[in-house]
Ligand binder design. Structure first.
Ligand code: SF4
Length: 408
């Protein structure tokens, strides 16, 4: 079974009827190339860490281009298509040829998914029924709030009541995963409770809460901080408690990113499964493992339970995948082993990382670890606990094997 992705192109903020107030792409400025694991050895900066990370694409692709590309993809595939997913940098609901696109996608006769939409482009209430009749099976829909006035003010949705009516119809018939960036004092508190209630009553499968980030430490690495001046932010602990309290109140699946999924126990659900941890390879060598401040306490416990002896070094950046060269510059080098493991997706060029981490005159080898070690809420939303545990075990085992291969 194969999956087909239909990429419609488009630019965040521009090809979605203007920037939402909280959009992370709102203030992106031209910055020095970040560097990443995809860069050539002697060049800092590649397409991925300059263009893709900023979703710097041209506008929406013409429908005929989408059709040609889809046909070309189909010719390379064999076997039945198990799923067709529409995705892009812009918002599918704002795609100028939306109904034609859906007809094209429906002609594959496979379950249709819309990877992400804000719904801001839906002005016609009949769209919900149209999508259901054309095989839409799953959609990730940014609700922000079930209060139309808040959707209008913060998402600039010109027809918030119609978007919510469409969302309501979809909730009743297909798998809807709603999402909301949580702005303290705006759509949290009773507003958020009302939104969760609204979604639960209408039959949504889940609600993913996204903690709003407003500073580089929280993950704004594109020179775009602050996104909202003066906006209050939840601490990681406040946010975790918020997710827990809502989860306890509703049957609807509620999880949060950067943490956590109370139903599954992730990130690092494996910490609750000591017998599974015992099946992991044992640490036999030593290396320093750099990670973000959210993952560090969990990862430290995991590595201790797998033999120990490898210091876990948190940087100020909360998310490991968003670590940049500045974060490495703030590490106390005297605490590092001769081998240092960097998160696979960290936005630092390997050579620059080695230079920074050896700048005290002590040469250190820098090695990339796995791209991910656990599942964030967006990943775990469609997974069950066993799948998350399998994923964690596989990636943590990879990390331990990397340490045992390169460590001192
Ligand atoms: S719909 Fe999404 S990409 Fe577009 S402006 Fe809003 S947050 Fe940004």
């Amino acid at each position: 079974m194969v999956q087909l992705t239909i990429d419609i192109g488009g630019r965040p903020g521009i090809d979605c009827r203007g920037f939402c107030e909280y959009c992370y792409f709102k203030r992106v400025r031209g910055i020095r190339a970040l560097g990443c694991r995809h860069c050539p050895p002697f060049q800092v900066g590649c397409d991925y860490c300059t263009k893709s990370v900023q979703e710097r694409y041209p506008g929406f692709k013409e429908l005929c281009t989408v059709a040609d590309e889809t046909l070309a993809s189909l010719q390379l595939m064999s076997g039945d298509i198990s799923k067709v997913t529409i995705s892009g940098g812009g918002d599918p609901s704002c795609y100028p040829w939306f109904r034609d696109l859906i007809e094209l996608s429906a002609s594959m006769e496979a379950p249709l998914h819309i990877g992400y939409t804000s719904g801001k482009g839906f002005d016609d209430p009949s769209i919900g029924r149209y999508l259901i009749d054309h095989g839409l099976q799953e959609i990730s829909f940014t609700v922000f709030s079930a209060n139309p006035a808040l959707r209008k003010k913060y998402m600039h949705d010109p027809t918030p009541k119609i978007s919510l009516r469409i969302l309501e119809e979809l909730c009743g018939e297909i798998d809807v995963y709603a999402a909301a960036v949580v702005l303290p004092g705006v759509n949290d508190g009773e507003e958020l409770v009302a939104t969760a209630q609204w979604l639960e009553e209408r039959g949504a499968r889940g609600l993913i809460l996204m903690r709003f980030a407003n500073s580089p430490e929280q993950g704004l690495i594109l020179g775009n901080a602050p996104v909202l001046r003066g906006q209050r932010i939840h601490t990681v602990e406040e946010f975790r408690d918020l997710v827990t309290s809502l989860h306890d109140r509703f049957d609807l699946k509620i999880s949060g990113t950067p943490l956590w999924d109370p139903e599954i126990g992730s990130p690092f659900a494996v910490l609750e499964e000591r017998e599974l941890l015992e099946r992991l390879p044992r640490l036999q060598k030593k290396a320093s493992v750099i990670t973000g401040s959210v993952a560090a306490p969990f990862l430290r416990q995991v590595l201790e339970l797998c033999g120990g002896g490898c210091p876990v070094i948190p940087v100020r950046k909360e998310i490991a995948c968003l670590i940049t060269r500045d974060d490495l510059e703030s590490i106390d080098l005297s605490t590092l082993e001769d081998t240092v493991i960097l998160p696979g997706r960290a936005f630092v060029h390997d050579r620059e990382a080695e230079k920074i981490l050896s700048s005290d005159g002590h040469p250190r080898e820098v090695v990339r670890g796995p791209d991910t070690l656990t599942a964030d809420a967006e990943t775990s939303m469609g997974m069950d606990r066993t799948q998350v545990l399998d994923m964690e075990l596989q990636h943590i085992a990879d990390l331990i094997r990397t340490i045992n291969r390169y460590g001192g």
